[in-house]
Every structure is written in C-alpha cells, then in structure tokens.
Design a protein around this ligand. Structure first.
Ligand code: PLP
Length: 222
C-alpha cells in the first residue's frame, strides 16, 4: 500500500518519540501517542485510523459523542480519552464515552464520577490534572491539593492512572514537566500525561507516558 499523508505524519512523530525515548534511556513503547482529534471531522480522523493508530483524545464531551460512536463501530479496539475540562453534570456521559479521563481536578468531580461509574457499572481510569504553573485561568488542582485529591479518588474506587498538566505557554516547559514527574513519584503514580505538539520530546525526556499531539498530526486547527 502507498504511504498516505497520515502515514507520513504519524511516522515522523513516532520517529521523534523513539529518538527522545532513546536519549532518555527509555523504551519508546512506554510512551503512548495520543492523537488529539478535537475540532477534526470523522473524515479527517479516518485516515489516521486507517494507518492502524488507535489512541485518540478529545476535549469536549458533546463533540466526542457526535463523532466517536460511529467510528468505534467501524474500527476495532479504538481508545478515546478525555483531555478537556469536565463539568460534573456531564460525568455520566463522560464515563460512558471515554476510556480514560485526564481532567480530574476537584473533589466535587470525584464525587460525580464515582456516582456515574457506580451507576453504569463501568470503571474509567483517571489522571489528576494539576495546575502546574499556578495560572488563574487554567484548569487543574493546586499543587498542594494533589495528595488529598488522589486519596479521595482512590477511596471512591476510581483508579488514578497518573497526573496530567498543561504548562504555561511562552516559557520553557521542562521545569514544569520535571515538577509533575516529582509529584507523581511522591504520590506513587506511574502515568504522566504531558507534552503536546510543540514540546512532546522534552516531556518524554522527563518521563511522559502519554503525549497529546494534535496539530503535528492533523495540521493547524482553524
Ligand atoms: C488541544 C490540546 C492538545 C494538543 O495540542 P497541539 O498543540 O495541537 O498538539 C493537548 N492537550 C490538551 C489538553 C489540548 O486541549
């Protein structure tokens, strides 16, 4: 089969992931590439599914509900994670739609998610999102609240897969990635959801297990 544009973009990123992992003396397989498909239509997503890629991320419940049920019917073993802010009143939809949630950032959401998981009898692993740059406009819990939030999720029988962050823009992200890695270690967590199109290599060097790449895979968003 000829290489498609999707194949080429995916291969280029996987090569960069492999290189960054090697520099950090890590296995490339320990880094999962999540294709962030927010704002992309099913027609834009299908070529990537046709390459065999299976892990995707969305930032809105409603948008994911409109696109992914049909795509899941058409392709096997698709995994879709939520990487955007979640309102408590959409917890049930989120538990139904997603295979992991990367935006658990407050005690009230632990409660809503636990209730939804109990009701649907479906456990969805969560990443605790940390407001790593302490920016007032950003989602994520305060750094000092991480231990209590992790503990409350665990006592509600929500699996905490790791920590997630979106560092401040315009400054070098490495110190923030390093801080998230330290927080994860201090809390006995293995997963690190960090790194986007512009900085995933740096994130991998600092331990990222899930990199969230949108524009580098799909092109610029409108
Ligand atoms: C949009 C988004 C990404 C992907 O950003 P790109 O710069 O397009 O790679 C990653 N993480 C989150 C939380 C996002 O909202």
């Amino acid at each position: 089969m000829p290489m498609t544009e999707a194949d080429e973009r995916l291969n280029a990123i996987q090569e960069k992931i492999a290189k960054a992992a090697k520099l950090a003396q890590r296995e490339a397989d320990d880094v999962r590439l999540m294709a962030i498909s927010k704002t992309r239509s099913a027609d834009e997503i299908r070529p990537l599914l046709d390459t065999g890629h299976r892990l995707f991320g969305e930032n809105r419940v409603q948008e994911a509900a409109a696109k992914w049920p049909a795509l899941r019917d058409a392709y096997d073993a698709v995994e879709v994670h939520l990487v955007g802010q979640l309102q408590s009143n959409k917890a049930e939809d989120a538990v139904q739609l997603f295979d992991a949630i990367h935006s658990l950032d407050r005690a009230s959401l632990v409660k809503a998610l636990a209730k939804a998981m109990d009701k649907l009898d479906r456990r969805v692993p969560c990443f605790v999102q940390v407001n790593i740059g302490e920016e007032s406009q950003k989602g994520g819990c305060a750094i000092g609240d991480v231990p209590a939030l992790v503990e409350s999720a665990r006592s509600a029988e929500i699996e905490v897969a790791g920590l997630m962050c979106v560092p401040p823009s315009e400054v070098h992200p490495a110190p923030y990635f390093a801080l998230l890695a330290k927080l994860a270690k201090d809390n006995g967590l293995l997963g690190l959801s960090m790194g986007m199109s512009g900085d995933f290599e740096s994130a991998i060097k600092l331990g990222a297990t899930h990199v969230r790449v949108g524009t580098a895979l799909f092109g610029a968003r409108n």
